[in-house]
Structures are given as C-alpha cells and as structure tokens.
Design a protein around this ligand. Structure first.
Ligand SMILES: [Zn+2]
Length: 99
C-alpha cells in the first residue's frame, strides 16, 4: 500500500493539527539481558525433559502479511505517536505527494 511521507495529524502536545512525518515502525532486536530471556535460560536448566520450554512449531504459515505500525513525528515539537490502520498489507511504500 502506498502511504504519503507527510500527513496532517492532530498533535496532542501542540493542541492543533500540524504536519507529521510518517515512518514505518520496525521492531528492534532484544538486548538479550531482559527479564524474559533470563527467565527462559534459567528454566532450561531446571528439572527433567518435560519441564523444558518447547518452541512452538507450526508447519503451515498462518498468515503471510502483517499489520504495519506507523510512527508519526510532529514537525514542530518532534512528538511521536504510533498508529496502525488495522489492515494487513504485503508491502508499504512511503510516497512523497506533490501539493
Ligand atoms: Zn507537535
């Protein structure tokens, strides 16, 4: 789907509509030292085979497309807000719209 690079959105910090820069939100790699990861590591060493956390295996690819999240940054105060359209799309293109 094609999305414009800049849009006019309501900025809660400015209290009015301002131009926002759009970006696609990308999940960052976890640092590996967060609580969940430590918990997993600790549990792997505990108990007999049945107690181990197994990776969930699926043969089928359930759904190929994801619902992307966008990050809109206010041009005036640089306040960022995230939103999703709630639709699945194969590919996201940010297109600069003239005028
Ligand atoms: Zn603002």
């Amino acid at each position: 789907m094609k999305m414009p690079k800049t849009v006019k959105l309501y900025c809660p910090k400015c209290g009015r509509h301002t131009t926002h820069k759009l970006k696609e939100y990308k999940k960052k790699q976890p640092s590996g030292n967060v609580w969940g990861e430590r918990h997993k590591k600790a549990n792997k060493l505990k108990g007999y085979g049945a107690n181990k956390i197994k990776a969930h295996k699926t043969n089928k690819v359930y759904k190929q497309n994801k619902r992307p999240t966008f990050v809109a940054e206010c041009a005036e105060c640089h306040h960022k807000q995230m939103f999703s359209l709630g639709k699945r799309m194969k590919k996201v293109e940010l297109v600069s719209v003239m005028g």
